[in-house]
Design a protein around this ligand. Structure first.
Ligand SMILES: [Zn+2]
Length: 462
């Protein structure tokens, strides 16, 4: 078995790992590179013959793990993509949405004539997204599937987002000995608002482990308490609370926390408006998949995760009505970093009134409007106009869907595994190195950090 890292190595986007067993080739994940333009330009590279790859094993639907699959189809891949039913449903909305953005970006570049390529082409199209989705094959959790006489795969619950999995690959090595390698994908933790903690790891020889929060700890203060304080502050002065939120996962967490706070009379009852077509679709998938496989039992007992006063807005006209309405009111809208989507209009309308407030609930990268607000900017430039920042700017930063390094170490300890070798991926250099040090000192694991383009021959070296 040889494995080679073509993404999610030395960074947290573009996750893709090639597996070679004899002449057979497989991929684990096929994610989009995001962030800096030199990183994004890698989305156009073809690292190998896509037509030679037999199948893709997809850990979860996040676009940094699935978002380049339509491109793989364009490059000639025609094999199956194995994933859970929930991951397939989420990919249906996320890949189509991603293709739409790429098409719109290309059209805009052509209109403004700023592309080096004439004409500018989308990275992939909606038609290509539709084509690749036909190749998806859904699997049950913990149900072993034979892919070829050499290789069997099993998906286990990873506790990160709906449908997320770590994948066990059982295979015969060059000496025909049985071996197991596990790909963690992104791993959740026990403090997730809605989802169960990850299943314990199974017996394994090799582990490819994510290290996103390899050097950071999340605050242990319950998000509900913090959100409650901020919402009370804004609603009691009849203001509008705007919560910019990512559509899949974070939006459902936030809506559930609002429901609990209102049901327990910890905040005043007020209209809650969800204004994001993608979040509305994600809510629908959450309703369809609301079951014991992924969701915590105490959440299932409530019967619903949505506040009674919730209204899901669809059309642009409805959205405009919401933007001109006054408080007390809560608006949840995408994107989570205020770098696009309908939330930008709501922020523009409400930011210059001190009654209102903006509650950021996720990581805000450099260069985004969310980050500027967090850093205390006095005027915000939106659509070429300056708006004085008078509204309160709040932040809830304990809602990550990734486990931090203490969560990861707990998970490994509880799983009682004894790996021959651990390869860390999906992390910035600092995080991966820090986690490597901890795994070597605390767990006695032989550990390395994968580099971009690095190949490991597991049959010969370890
Ligand atoms: Zn993820």
């Amino acid at each position: 078995m040889k494995i080679k890292f073509f993404g999610g190595a030395g960074g947290v986007t573009g996750s893709k790992t090639l597996l070679k067993i004899g002449k057979e080739k497989y991929l684990v994940d096929y994610g989009l590179f995001q962030g800096a333009s030199e990183n994004r330009s890698r989305n156009w590279d073809q690292f190998y013959e896509a037509s030679e790859v037999s199948a893709v094993f997809l850990t979860h639907a996040h676009i940094d793990h699935s978002g380049l699959l339509p491109r793989l189809w364009r490059d000639g891949f025609r094999g199956d993509i194995y994933c859970t039913r929930e991951t397939y449903k989420l990919c249906r909305i996320l890949l189509e949405d991603s293709a739409k953005i790429h098409e719109e970006d290309a059209a805009y570049a052509n209109k403004k004539k700023y592309s080096r390529h004439k004409p500018a082409l989308p990275l992939y199209t909606r038609d290509e997204a539709v084509e690749i989705l036909k190749n998806f094959k859904t699997v049950e959790f913990e149900n072993e599937i034979e892919i070829s006489p050499n290789i069997k795969i099993t998906f286990f619950w990873a506790g990160h987002i709906l449908g997320s999995s770590f994948i066990r690959v059982a295979y015969k090595d060059e000496k025909s000995e049985d071996k197991v390698i596990v790909f963690s994908g992104d791993v959740g933790h026990k403090r997730n608002i809605l989802l169960r903690p990850p299943a314990p790891l199974c017996k394994l020889d090799y582990l490819v482990l994510e290290s996103t929060y390899g050097a950071k700890l999340h605050p242990r203060i319950p998000a509900k308490e913090v959100l409650g304080i901020y919402l009370n502050t804004i609603l009691k002065r009849s203001g509008v609370a705007i919560i910019p939120s990512f559509s899949v996962g974070r939006t459902q967490d936030v809506l559930y926390l609002i429901k609990e706070l209102m049901d327990e009379n910890q905040i005043p009852s007020a209209p809650v408006v969800l204004d994001s077509p993608l979040s509305k679709k994600a809510n629908q998938i959450f309703r369809e998949c609301f079951g014991e496989l992924c969701v915590k039992s105490e959440v299932l007992e409530k019967g619903s995760i949505y506040p009674e006063t919730l209204r899901e807005v669809q059309t642009v006209n409805e959205s405009k009505d919401v933007a001109s309405a006054t408080g007390p009111m809560i608006i949840v809208s995408a994107s989570g970093m205020i770098d696009g989507g309908r939330v930008v209009h709501h922020v523009k309308e409400k930011i210059s009134d001190e009654k209102n407030g903006i509650i950021l609930v996720g990581y805000q990268p450099e260069g985004t409007k969310g980050r500027l607000l967090l850093d205390g900017i006095e005027t915000l430039r939106v659509h070429k106009e300056e708006y004085p920042v008078k509204a309160s700017i709040f932040s809830v930063n304990s809602l990550s869907a990734h486990g931090d390094y203490l969560d990861i170490i707990d998970w490994l300890k509880e799983s009682k595994i004894d790996p021959k070798f651990v390869i860390l991926n999906h992390g910035e250099e600092k995080g991966s190195k820090h986690l490597k040090t901890l795994l070597e000192s605390q767990m006695d694991y032989k550990t390395t950090v994968a580099g971009f383009g690095e190949e490991f021959d597991l049959d010969h070296i370890y």
